[in-house]
Ligand binder design. Structure first.
Ligand SMILES: [Mg+2]
Length: 193
């Protein structure tokens, strides 16, 4: 059961740091600003994508992102219970600072559990989907494409996606999901004999 964890929005709090860089820390705190229509942060801020990305190109921005407590707990739960193949699949912004900073973040927070080869930078995550693989991501499009490619996906609840209402219970939902998938895969294996 290979597991692919997204980095930004699941393990690393990219959005919070990006909002701080633009002086808009409280953007998600207003209830009306929740749900999939809030995915487009530059649009919410009323700026162009290039204006949005400009102050986020430095490696230090990426390497110093805070960790999500629930995301790291989900990762550790998976690591302790389904350890064999865990990969970090992350879509980088195309600049050297982002690639370097993501590597530094991985080195700081995940290197104790994973090898460097388990950090994969790609925007085409679905290319890695297999019929017994699980993607853990906050992007519903990534989850949909992964499932269409034959895999299974857990959408992590965040203010900007359709599971925003479940933001506080990601860990128990993830545990249930993993147990259910484990049973599903075991049944499938025993049927195949
Ligand atoms: Mg993400």
């Amino acid at each position: 059961m290979p597991l692919a964890f997204d980095m930004d929005g699941v393990l690393a709090n990219f959005n919070r740091a990006a909002l701080v860089a633009h002086g808009a820390e409280d953007l998600w705190e207003k209830d009306e600003r929740r749900g999939p229509e809030c995915w487009d942060t530059p649009k919410l801020l009323g700026i162009t994508p290039s204006e949005f990305w400009e102050p986020l190109k430095d490696a230090n921005f990426w390497s110093s992102l805070d960790r999500y407590k629930d995301g790291m707990s989900m990762f550790m739960y998976a690591y302790m219970n389904y350890d064999e193949y865990i990969y970090i699949l992350t879509a980088p912004y195309p600049c050297a600072g982002c690639y370097a900073g993501k590597f530094m973040w991985f080195d700081k927070w995940l290197r104790g559990s994973l090898k460097y080869g388990q950090l994969v930078m790609t925007s085409d995550k679905y290319m890695f989907a297999t019929d017994d693989s699980i993607l853990v991501d906050d992007n519903s499009t990534n989850c949909r494409l992964w499932k269409e490619a034959g895999g299974h996906a857990f959408l992590v609840g965040r203010p900007w996606n359709e599971r925003h209402f479940a933001e506080d219970i990601n860990l128990p939902l993830f545990r249930d999901f993993m147990e259910e998938k484990q049973r599903e895969f075991e049944t499938k294996r025993s049927r195949q004999g």
